[in-house]
Design a protein around this ligand. Structure first.
Ligand SMILES: [Zn+2]
Length: 168
């Protein structure tokens, strides 16, 4: 991380030295501030599958009904596919009929962060992993109670972990 700060201070020299400046090609969600887990684009490409990379790092959207997790009704946690941090739980998952895994709340308020996305004609609330900045999906206001929120999440951005931690 110190290295990242250093490079940001000497942008021109650093990008030249790195041959192409891949470090700075990250999208807004990943470059807006610092995340506990940061990696270069090259490292992400190594760690993630091409589909995971497209969604998490480039904010692509998977085809609806393409993720097995859409229909998954097992109890467990959904971790960010980028950094393995739990972001959603089966306890707030519901069938939205949209073809994307949907949740009415994240596993904790700290697990995810949002920003406004103007990619379409109307602004949307983009949601990303608070730990690595990976794009997860969008939040809409037509979800069920108690929150009224619908977190519309790309299944490819999630790793399902069966079993919920037991309350102690
Ligand atoms: Zn993450």
């Amino acid at each position: 991380m110190n290295r990242r700060h250093f490079l940001a201070g000497g942008l021109v020299a650093a990008t030249t030295a790195l041959g192409g400046g891949l470090l700075f090609r990250s999208r807004a969600s990943a470059s807006e501030g610092e995340f506990p887990v940061t990696r270069t684009e090259k490292e992400w490409r190594k760690i993630l599958t091409p589909d995971q990379y497209a969604v998490l790092r480039e904010e692509a959207t998977e085809r609806p009904f393409s993720s097995q997790l859409n229909d998954n009704k097992k109890a467990g946690l959904y971790a960010c596919a980028g950094c393995d941090t739990p972001v959603y739980s089966s306890e707030t998952k519901f069938d939205s009929g949209t073809g994307w895994p949907s949740f009415w709340a994240p596993v904790s308020e700290e697990a995810v962060a949002t920003r406004t996305d103007f990619k379409l004609v109307y602004p949307r609330t983009e949601v990303h992993c608070a730990t690595c900045g990976g794009h997860l999906g969008h939040i809409f206001n037509d979800g069920p109670q108690p929150t009224g929120k619908r977190h519309c999440i790309n299944g490819v951005a999630l790793n399902f972990k069966p079993g919920l931690p037991t309350a102690s």
